[in-house]
Design a protein around this ligand. Sequence first.
Ligand code: 5GP
Ligand code: MN
Length: 319
Amino acid sequence: MINILNECKDAKTIGISGHVRPDGDCVGSVSALYQFLKKSLKNTEIEVLLEEPSGVFSDVPAYELMTGSYDKQTEFDVFIILDSVMDRIGFAEEYAKKAKKTINIDHHISNEGIDCDVNYIVPTASSCAELVYEVIGEENLDEQIAKSIYIGIIHDCGVFQYSNTSPKTLRIAANLLEYGFDFPKLIDETFYEKTYVQNQILGRALLESILFMDGKCIASMIDRKLMEFYNATSKDFDGIVNQLRIVKGVECAIFMYEIGTLEYKISLRSCGAVDVAKVASYFGGGGHVRAAGCTMCGTYYDVLNNLSKEIAKQFPNMD
Ligand code: 5GP
Ligand code: MN
């Protein structure tokens, strides 16, 4: 455990960041820690350096600070990276690198805990938000902090359905509910609700998915043309890979979308038999045993081939 106020006690300036394409856990964790530090360290300047998240998070307390840019030349006394490694925080990396002290709070198994001066990395935690809860301390919560942490937790454990949900996760969630925020609304609006276009894209991805390795793997891809046709961005693809994964018989799901010419962002999900963190790490990415990602280059079929070879290594009877 780390004593965050102790680590920050002499700081005049603190920067907080998380990974690119921030998800609910990243947004909730940054929001919660920002609010806590803001109210605890009245004379410290605290800045959020995070890419703009999906609009579904617009009710998250610190959302308006997540603008995707920072134009001052601050050399932060303390820089805190949440839910990420150093090389995945985008424009914030240059500020983190020149900060006097760096702190990393994360739950990715692929994070070796070597990027920062102070590291609190717990791969068994459901979410980074669960760790932020511990770091802040139950006695220091308020309704807005509780709501932020709750959003972080539900997004990384699929509203308590994935195997990373522990009894501790549920106990924390129970404590958070004491603060009385409208949790069914949060779950609907940030997790389940889809726009018409998002549902159409999901439909296209399912329709064009392919099964391989005797039905143990499934893959689907959204290319630039389709993204342009629907005027869609990566924020519109949430949930597609999870829908692919639940196909009966499937052990491993691959979803990818084009981020540049012959360049794809890959999402991997596993039902348990395949360690997708291992697969993603092999290609320079990372994540968790059952949910991971990376970026790869080549044609769709090249990428699929390369991924399949790595996945097949984990099925001893297949080549
Ligand atoms: P998603 O598929 O939802 O984008 O990501 C699944 C998990 O893998 C998340 O925990 C995410 O942080 C992690 N992840 C996704 N892409 C990358 C990547 O390129 N590098 C690393 N280190 N982690 C990733
Ligand atoms: Mn996370």
